[in-house]
Design a protein around this ligand. Structure first.
Ligand code: BTN
Length: 252
């Protein structure tokens, strides 16, 4: 186990492992959890993933040693399974806040992306385990494009160093991220009262017309709300409509 310099958290990142290469940091936490007791906040990072996973079965590709690839183990047992998306809101806000330390203008794109202008800079893959209708444990996988400059194979992506113009120290960024993650997580455990409002303020397309595609049809639409179960409420052609993951795409 290594130690993270500059870490000012209470529990996230206190247990920490770094690997030169892994299949996936989420898989590594699953494996540790299968093998024994894992402390809440345990964090894994790697320089390179051979099977980095994104949402809906997509692969997450990243140049070796250039980006932040991390997973954090949490036990948000007070959260109802039907309200699991509050955790996603907390995590996305923590990432956007961390990036905002370096530059203004980051937005969350429902359900799991962080954008700068219309380009993706980070993605989240949360894998929840549920017991008796409550969350039991959650593996929070986060990929942030940091020092990679070349995105020819993913034209809609960008990185922090492309935005700020210089290289970023990955350890410094990780410590900031874990701190913000912990602050948002502690807020979530106390109350979900203000979370939705703060999330909406940072959301791409909130109270603003953007282009979307629904079943192959292009539309103008505005985000009205995101419910605790992750349902997206949109205003389209003067009507309120609900969407689950994959039922609507934002056209960037
Ligand atoms: C997405 O945008 O679809 C989510 C991408 C999540 C990628 C991160 S990288 C660290 C962690 N390990 C994985 O295999 N995936 C997540």
């Amino acid at each position: 186990m290594s130690i993270l310099p500059d870490l000012s958290t209470l529990f996230i990142g206190k247990g920490y492992e770094h690997f030169e290469s892994l299949d996936s940091t989420n898989n590594r936490l699953k494996q540790i959890n299968r093998e024994g007791v894992i402390a809440e906040g345990y964090t894994v990072t790697t320089d390179y993933q051979t099977s980095g996973r994104g949402q809906i079965g997509n692969a997450w590709q990243s140049e070796s040693g250039r980006n932040l690839l991390t997973s954090v183990f949490l036990r948000p047992t007070v959260i109802k399974a039907s309200e699991y998306f509050f955790l996603n809101m907390s995590v996305c806000l923590a990432i956007a806040e961390t990036l905002s330390f370096f530059h203004p203008g980051f937005k969350v794109k429902w359900p799991n992306d962080i954008l700068f202008d219309t380009k993706k800079i980070a993605g989240v893959l949360i894998e929840n385990s549920i017991s008796r209708n409550q969350l039991n444990h959650s593996i929070i996988g986060i990929g942030i494009n940091v020092n990679q400059r070349d995105f020819q194979s993913v034209p809609n992506a960008t990185s922090l160093s492309r935005i700020v113009g210089n290289e970023i120290d990955l350890g410094f960024l990780l410590s900031k991220l874990l701190k913000n993650l912990e602050l948002r997580y502690l807020q979530l455990l106390k109350s979900t009262k203000n979370l939705n409002g703060e999330y909406l303020q940072s959301l791409y397309g909130y109270a603003k017309e953007v282009s979307v595609e629904i079943k192959g049809v292009r539309k103008k639409a505005e985000v009205l709300n995101v419910l605790p179960d992750g349902t997206l409420l949109m205003l389209i052609d003067g009507h309120q409509r609900q969407f689950q993951f994959k039922e609507i795409q934002f056209l960037l």
